[in-house]
Ligand binder design. Structure first.
Ligand SMILES: NC(=O)c1ccc[n+]([C@@H]2O[C@H](COP(=O)([O-])OP(=O)(O)OC[C@H]3O[C@@H](n4cnc5c(N)ncnc54)[C@H](O)[C@@H]3O)[C@@H](O)[C@H]2O)c1
Length: 425
């Protein structure tokens, strides 16, 4: 693969930052080996030959990390799949006991959580994942199961949980509209009671507490871009309120515990984020577009497509979350990418990149369908425009997004393409 250059033209060889005495840098290839899985073996009859081909394919994206891959063998004749276990885990940093932290990640089996877990594990910390697997899946972190630094607990955060820990990343909450609207009462209960329980745990253990809040707390904003001191414009009784108001009350609780009980808190307001391991069917625009284009279906745009969005790649977000956790910033911090696209422009970009990856992977362009963009009515309360003001993250964390949307989408296309080949899309 040609060298990948970040927004400033610097080659991306690692992700993570050295901030506030905390070195979170890991080589990008090591990280990629955990999610850009090798192409799937399509027949079990000649596994050795397929293994060789698979390693070759994989090496295109991930240099030197093939010994740490588990394999999934697809048996076409019986439409079944067998999984192998790892003979060795990816190497993790060796930390002294005083530097090694016990870190709890709620929602750690979800999209954002699993990438955070990868990063914290590679950095050498002890990580406990707490998840009820409502939208998350064990497969996102299965490559760590059995590692001495890793533990996974099935638990619902609305119930209290006791553990000794130094840091809590509280991410547990469904994040996409179909999922959080599936049971609105449960969503707001998760936001309120889950956050209450985790703040109680932070108070008891004196752990530092970080909550993943959201740009949705700004609602349909009247201010562009949105700085952290904008209070928002939220419909309290609309279909999105269970999530938006849930996160608002979760922030209120967080600052209640901070002021009243001295809990050491961090609040990340996350804007639209995308990347590998996003649930392909949860109605979020990036995954929708990629899956539709990969399957050769027409791409659905709601409204006329002139509404704008900004998209942040998952590795930028994880850099920001870790930097925030280790900083002294207790005020809310926006984490997002300010590059604005209209939804229509974005759909066209995805279409172009899917085609590029398909052709690079040897598909004859003549066999590819000409994908159309079709328009559907706009859902209720869908914000027209949202863009982060990330001045605070820049000044206090020295953080800025590095990944271009083009680079991120291309990586995600490759991930979904492998999923499609596996038969799980
Ligand atoms: N992805 C984004 O663009 C985005 C944007 C803003 C905020 N966020 C926030 O980041 C966090 C993670 O989002 P994501 O995109 O990874 O979503 P996700 O749905 O992939 O992950 C959420 C995880 O929380 C778990 N969970 C849900 N309810 C739970 C409960 N009651 N008890 C225990 N576990 C529970 C789910 O099973 C899942 O593993 C969420 O808090 C979300 O609000 C995400």
């Amino acid at each position: 693969m040609p060298p990948q250059l970040d927004k400033n033209g610097v080659e991306i060889t690692d992700v993570g930052l050295l901030r506030f005495g905390f070195d979170s840098r890991v080589p990008i290839d090591t990280l990629r080996s955990l999610y850009l899985r090798p192409h799937y073996v399509t027949s079990s009859s000649d596994v050795a030959a397929s293994d060789e081909k698979e390693d070759e394919e994989h090496a295109k994206f991930v240099k030197g990390n093939t010994p740490y891959q588990s394999k999934s063998i697809y048996h076409a004749d019986s439409n079944s799949i067998s999984y192998t276990t790892l003979s060795r885990f990816s190497p993790v940093r060796l930390l002294s006991p005083s530097n090694r932290k016990r870190i709890l990640v709620t929602g750690g089996a979800g999209f954002v959580g699993s990438h955070l877990v990868d990063r914290l594990m590679l950095l050498g910390h002890e990580v406990t994942v707490l998840d009820n697997f409502f939208t998350g899946s064990k497969t996102t972190v299965s490559h760590w199961v059995g590692h001495p630094n890793f533990e996974m607990v099935r638990h619902d955060v609305v119930e209290p949980f006791m553990i000794e820990c130094d840091q809590i990343y509280h991410l547990a909450c469904p994040a996409s509209p179909p999922h959080y609207q599936f049971n609105a009462v449960k969503t707001i209960k998760t936001s309120f009671m889950g956050t209450l329980n985790m703040l109680g745990l932070a108070k008891r253990t004196k752990a530092r507490f970080l909550i993943s809040s959201t740009s949705e707390i700004y609602g349909d904003p009247e201010v562009h871009p949105q700085p952290e001191d904008y209070w928002g414009h939220v419909n309290p009784i609309g279909p999105r309120a269970c999530y938006d108001e849930g996160k608002r009350v979760a922030e209120t609780l967080t600052y209640g515990f901070h002021r009243q009980d001295g809990v050491d808190v961090r609040v990340a307001r996350i804007f639209n984020t995308y990347g590998p391991r996003m649930n392909p069917y949860d109605g979020r625009v990036v995954s929708n577009f990629i899956v539709q284009a990969l399957k050769g279906e027409d791409m659905t745009v709601y409204g006329d497509g002139s509404q704008t969005r900004s998209f942040q790649y998952i590795h930028d977000l994880i850099d920001g979350l870790i930097a925030l956790m280790n900083s002294d910033e207790t005020r809310p911090v926006n984490l997002g990418n300010g590059d604005e696209f209209t939804i229509l422009e974005f759909a066209k970009l995805v279409r172009e990149l899917v085609r590029k990856v398909q052709i690079e992977d040897g598909i004859d362009p003549a066999t590819l369908r000409d994908i159309q963009i079709v328009h559907r009515p706009m859902p209720t309360d869908d914000p027209q425009k949202r863009r982060p003001d990330t001045t605070r993250a820049k000044t206090t964390l020295d953080w800025q997004p590095r990944w271009t949307v083009r680079m991120g989408v291309e990586e995600m296309v490759r991930y979904y393409k492998a999923k499609l080949a596996e038969g799980s899309l």
